[in-house]
Design a protein around this ligand. Structure first.
Ligand SMILES: Cc1cc2nc3c(=O)[nH]c(=O)nc-3n(C[C@H](O)[C@H](O)[C@H](O)COP(=O)(O)OP(=O)(O)OC[C@H]3O[C@@H](n4cnc5c(N)ncnc54)[C@H](O)[C@@H]3O)c2cc1C
Length: 402
């Protein structure tokens, strides 16, 4: 397998690296609040043609010719440079591609540009108490009243709702229709009267999840994406984008390299942990998974690039489950290396900027967080059912249908 990039692509990589010398921002800009710094960086990334390449210029994207290898180089270099992680936030990563596919012209022009620059934050209102894996059983109601929807009910596990300006959500508009029909996809302003956001405390000590309550919330009918009752099909499209964002091999490689540093800095029986035979064996095993996942990803990438996507459908279905399992292995190993420091609670500032934190308490936070992605966007058990049934044609699992 030839893993080298062409001279033209190597030159492109150098250009991207040069651009990334501008991150973190310097001088006066470095003193701006983090959110504003990230907005500046996004705008520069769009102007330079490195971010939101598939989004047309008229909607605020950088509209570059399709080049999967360049896209990949950009992702690799942005990761290596520690560029802002929320470039693919819920707005830009999930809502934007969904609107590009199903939105009206007016919706695209209005909602996409501020989602890309980060001026408008979005949250995803899908899950409800009792409707997670069985999402189609959702009950949060949308009743049409003239040219407005009236919303009543509750959502749960809504990440970052406390910071969001808008929600893209699913609501039951025809209570008597079959469960997968009668669901409508709506864009809801979070400052609308009748919305209450209540934070849920996580085991890390932080607040990122919320419950969102709707009490006669009125939303204009033009905020409907697609047709009334078509919400289920539209939400499927969003979920594909969500799963593709989880299980990224770059974050896995990065976390593994941090794990090696941690093993070098910790001791087992008086010697550096990376020299302890038991720990070496454990780390070597994890490295095997990381390498395999990266090579599988390369294979999928090459096949997709040659238009042979069907050949790699099964490994593609496994990316999320494998990626989240491997991340959990890395974090559990790091947690074990911490020994007694593992009982330390993360600091307030670490809670604010979760991500690649390699202090002891930062590792505790990463360990705790690593359990979430295996549930978000479709729990691993459900993913395994999908791989078995759709990927390998195994008999269907027993289901309660209504
Ligand atoms: C970090 C994180 C962020 C999230 N962010 C959001 C968000 O922003 N917006 C949003 O709407 N939701 C969000 N969620 C919610 C998430 O989508 C749900 O947690 C997920 O769909 C699982 O649903 P549930 O929690 O109701 O669990 P359940 O569906 O009750 O499942 C509980 C357990 O039973 C298993 N199970 C259930 N049915 C089956 C079956 N048929 N076969 C085999 N096993 C089964 C599941 O795999 C799981 O292990 C987030 C969750 C997490 C962890």
């Amino acid at each position: 397998m030839d893993l080298e990039y062409s001279a033209e692509h190597q030159a492109f990589r150098d250009e991207v690296r040069e651009f990334l010398e501008g991150w973190p921002l310097k001088g006066d800009e470095a003193r701006l609040p983090q959110e504003e710094q990230e907005q500046i960086f996004r705008k520069r990334g769009i102007e330079a043609g490195y971010v939101y390449r598939a989004v047309p210029k008229q909607y605020g994207g950088s509209e570059q010719p399709q080049d999967a290898i360049k896209d990949r180089i950009i992702v690799e270099e942005f990761y290596a440079a520690g560029a802002p992680r929320d470039l693919m936030s819920q707005g830009a990563g999930l809502m934007v591609p969904t609107l590009l596919e199903f939105g009206t012209e007016e919706q695209k022009e209005r909602w996409i540009p501020p989602a890309l620059t980060g001026e408008a934050n979005w949250c995803q209102g899908y899950s409800e108490p009792g409707s997670g894996s069985d999402l189609a059983s959702l009950q949060c109601q949308a009743r049409l009243d003239g040219d407005e929807w009236v919303l009543n009910g509750q959502k749960i596990w809504t990440s970052s709702a406390q910071r969001a300006h808008m929600m893209f959500g699913l609501f039951r508009s025809e209570p008597d229709a079959k469960k997968h029909e009668g669901i409508t996809y709506l864009l809801v302003p979070m400052d609308a009267e009748g919305i209450e956001v209540r934070p849920l405390r996580e085991m890390s000590g932080g607040y990122e999840f919320n419950e969102v309550f709707f009490d006669d919330v009125r939303v204009p009918v033009e905020n409907t994406v697609g047709k009334r009752g078509q919400g289920w099909q539209i939400s499927r499209a969003t979920l594909v984008h969500e799963r593709n964002l989880i299980g990224n091999p770059n974050s896995m490689r990065e976390a593994f390299s941090d794990l090696l540093d941690l093993a070098r800095s910790r001791k087992i029986n008086g010697v550096p942990a990376n020299e302890d035979p038991g720990m070496r064996r454990r780390i070597a095993e994890i490295e095997g998974y990381v390498q395999t996942s990266q090579l599988s990803n390369m294979r999928q990438f090459t096949a997709a690039n040659k238009g042979k996507m069907l050949e790699v459908m099964r490994p593609m279905m496994m990316n999320k489950v494998a990626g989240t399992d491997i991340m959990q292995m890395i974090m559990k190993c790091a947690y074990d290396l911490l020994g007694g420091d593992g009982i330390l609670a993360p600091t307030e500032s670490e809670l604010d900027t979760w991500g690649r934190q390699t202090t002891s308490t930062g590792w505790v936070l990463q360990y705790v967080f690593s359990m979430g992605p295996a549930i978000a966007g479709g729990a691993s058990n459900i993913q395994r059912n999908i791989i078995g049934e759709r990927g390998y044609g195994l008999p269907r699992d027993l289901r309660r249908e209504s």
